[in-house]
Design a protein around this ligand. Structure first.
Ligand code: HEC
Ligand code: HEC
Length: 320
């Protein structure tokens, strides 16, 4: 009696491992840290969307033929994920004058489990019950990796968080991991680090020279410049700060209260670098500094404009 009891006790963990835990699946995947190297559910999903949406009408992914189409052959890694997110939301945001259609519908479409099962059944023969839990979790894990990258650029998709745009971006950024690729990547990284340094150094020198074009623009009271600034503000900033800058998601920019400093330099740096984790995007890669200076002239012209229904004051009172 005692012996068989001990035997059962010994067998229990075995039973647990064979039935309760999901079975190991046939494919291997990794979190999409930089660029994934193995079969990835999310990129497969993204490729499917690319086909579904007929992106091929205007694009080609192969070097051959079709010189009329815009090649996406080397698109992987060319831009950050956030560039693609904004570009899909509205191509004009990233490429002024673009005639590519908007694909914001993808941001409203949740990732469908059915689609992924269909894609898997083309790739592999059977998907068992135990696999399916694993698939769901893996898909979400891979989507989450993209979300974290987007979040660093202050993009936080609302509902559905796991949407089809995420999958499409994963696919656009996908590329095989070869030694040549890694070499090219490290060169590219070094180049972009250098050009970022140069950009900041040239901005610093502009901002410390009152005679620079940037400072003259930012200080301008010329109605033609202010009108331009208002227009740029309306395109990029009004969604969060409102047309008259009285504030909604972002603070009221017309009152005397500031979360950050309100000197021209401080305004420049806030707009340039954004405020990570506080929904204020970084604009240094999408708006050139002349435009930002023009927007700053407009913001400064609003001081004391007392727009109706202002957002409550945020930060400290500053006199500048
Ligand atoms: C009606 C034509 C058209 C369709 C359809 C279209 N695009 Fe585009 N796409 C363009 C044009 C024009 C450009 C160049 C201007 C720009 O960057 O927006 C472009 C640029 C791009 C770029 C940037 C290329 C680069 O190297 O800078 C990406 C990425 C892209 N498209 C992805 C897509 C995806 C994904 C789809 C499908 C969901 C799609 N496009 C559908 C016309 C189109
Ligand atoms: C997606 C929403 C969003 C967009 C778009 C946006 N902002 Fe902001 N902005 C914010 C939020 C949120 C804050 C507050 C950040 C914080 O809590 O520190 C902010 C803060 C600021 C501040 C600092 C205000 C202070 O009190 O110190 C400035 C200046 C500013 N934004 C300018 C701009 C300009 C110029 C643009 C367009 C080029 C822009 N913002 C676009 C959300 C946005």
């Amino acid at each position: 009696m005692k012996k068989s009891f001990i035997l059962i006790l010994l067998l229990l963990p075995l039973l647990f491992f064979s039935f309760v835990l999901p079975k190991q699946t046939k494919w291997s995947y990794r979190t999409r840290s930089n660029y994934d190297t193995s079969f990835n559910l999310l990129t497969a999903y993204g490729k499917y969307i690319y086909q579904q949406e007929n992106c091929n009408k205007c694009h080609t992914c192969t070097p051959l033929l079709d010189s009329n189409k815009i090649s996406l052959e080397n698109i992987a890694g060319k831009y950050p994920d956030s560039w693609h997110y904004n570009h899909l939301y509205d191509p004009r945001m990233m490429s002024p004058g673009s005639n590519m259609p908007r694909y914001y519908g993808l941001m409203k479409a949740p990732l469908s489990y059915k689609v992924i099962l269909q894609l898997l059944s083309e790739e592999y023969t059977t998907v068992t019950e135990a696999d399916s839990l694993d698939i769901r979790q893996t898909l979400e894990m891979q989507a989450n990796a993209v979300l974290q990258v987007l979040k660093r650029d202050n993009i936080t998709p609302s509902s559905p968080v796991y949407n089809e745009a995420i999958a499409l971006i994963a696919w656009l950024q996908y590329r095989p991991d070869t030694p040549e690729r890694r070499h090219k990547d490290s060169l590219q990284k070094e180049n972009s680090r250098r050009s970022e340094e140069q950009m900041m150094a040239s901005l610093e020198s502009d901002l410390s020279n009152p005679e620079s074009q940037i400072m003259k623009l930012a200080n301008s009271k010329d109605p033609a410049i202010l009108k331009k600034g208002k227009n740029y503000f309306s395109i990029s900033c009004a969604v969060c700060h409102r047309e008259n800058a009285n504030g909604s998601i972002g603070p009221n920019l017309t009152d005397d209260y500031w979360l950050h400093d309100n000197s021209i330099k401080a305004l420049f740096l806030t707009i340039f670098n954004g405020v990570p984790d506080h929904a204020m995007p970084a604009w240094k890669h999408s708006i050139d500094k002349e435009r930002i200076a023009t927007i700053i002239a407009f913001i400064r012209s609003l001081k004391g404009s007392n727009p109706p229904n202002p957002k409550e004051p945020q930060g400290e009172k500053r006199s500048d």
